[in-house]
Design a protein around this ligand. Structure first.
Ligand code: E4P
Length: 293
């Protein structure tokens, strides 16, 4: 059962419906799921097929992804499920949009994942006008979150998520959790149309701190949600402090949310690296990779 004090929505970060089934049973609830190309490449059936030497065609891999998403949907029909478009650093907004429109039709509560890059934001601006629900992924800075806010102005509550990736900032010595705290604080000055989805959660402390900060949504991998369930779904009390060792603080910036999204400095090397990795993992599944055409 969902703990009464829990305000954040809890999502599973994974590409295997077997995990969704287990976590739903362990927690007694699950509010949604996030998927991405890397997670789909780790799906047991995809791995088994690759081990047998059989790569997918482009059509087969999209059919496979749709099948995985539909299986997850059957298990959590009320839940939001994020589905990520193929986007390497050279993919244009129109292509992302075309894929996003298709993915949005796969299940009733799809949330289309677009990268927080210039082309991704261009696609986002148009997607919300068309009524698509979106999740802006690979966000690493307050400026990027401000651009997401500005590009999607006018969207309905629940239509837009922004996913700051904390673990990948931690990996290079920056305190990723600061970005979550700062975006939540910055968005308090806005109209509340973007929900903050804490992503790239690597340990129980990330989950507890995101709960304490009141992140709208938290997505966490199987092992962490399983452990959280085993511990009785603890919620941090007032005495809880997040003090990770050896991570550098990221300072808060005063950012005006009323500008055009193109005026914000959205460049971030981790966004580019993330797109390169997601597209590589996707292309490794395909006999004739998308980027090679
Ligand atoms: C979220 O939507 C992403 O799929 C995910 O949290 C990325 O996590 P990682 O940095 O561990 O790959």
């Amino acid at each position: 059962m969902r703990p009464q004090s829990l305000r954040s929505k809890i999502f599973l970060d994974g590409g295997d419906a077997g995990e969704t089934r287990d976590i739903t049973a362990i927690l007694g609830f699950l509010d949604g799921q996030t998927t991405n190309p890397t997670l789909i490449s780790k799906n047991p059936q995809a791995k088994e097929r690759l081990e047998r030497g059989g790569k997918f065609t482009e059509k087969e891999i999209f059919d496979f992804y749709r099948g995985v998403v539909k299986d997850i949907y059957e298990l959590i029909p009320q839940g939001s499920i994020s589905i990520e478009v193929y986007a390497d650093p050279s993919t244009e907004a129109d292509k992302m949009l075309a894929m996003g429109r298709d993915m949005f039709s796969w299940i009733p509560k799809a949330q289309v994942k677009l990268p927080t890059s210039k082309e991704g934001l261009k696609a986002a601006e148009q997607a919300v006008k068309e009524g698509l629900r979106i999740n802006m992924t690979l966000c690493f800075s307050q400026e990027q979150a401000a651009a997401v806010y500005a590009a999607t102005r006018g969207a309905k509550k629940g239509q837009v998520y922004v996913s700051p990736f904390i673990g990948r900032l931690d990996d290079r010595g920056e305190k990723g959790m600061d970005v979550i705290a700062h975006i939540i604080k910055m968005y308090r000055k806005g109209d509340g149309h973007v929900e903050v989805l804490t992503a790239s959660v690597r340990n129980m402390d990330h989950l507890l701190c995101a709960l304490k900060l009141g992140s709208d949504i938290i997505t966490a991998p199987y092992a962490i949600l399983k452990e959280w369930g085993r511990q009785g779904m603890p919620f941090p009390d007032n005495s809880y402090t997040y003090k990770p060792a050896g991570l550098e603080d990221i300072p808060y910036k005063e950012i005006d949310l009323s500008k055009n999204w193109r005026e914000y400095d959205i460049a971030h090397d981790l966004t580019v690296k993330g797109m390169e990795k997601f597209s590589k993992d996707w292309n490794d599944l395909i006999a004739q990779p998308l980027a090679a055409r």
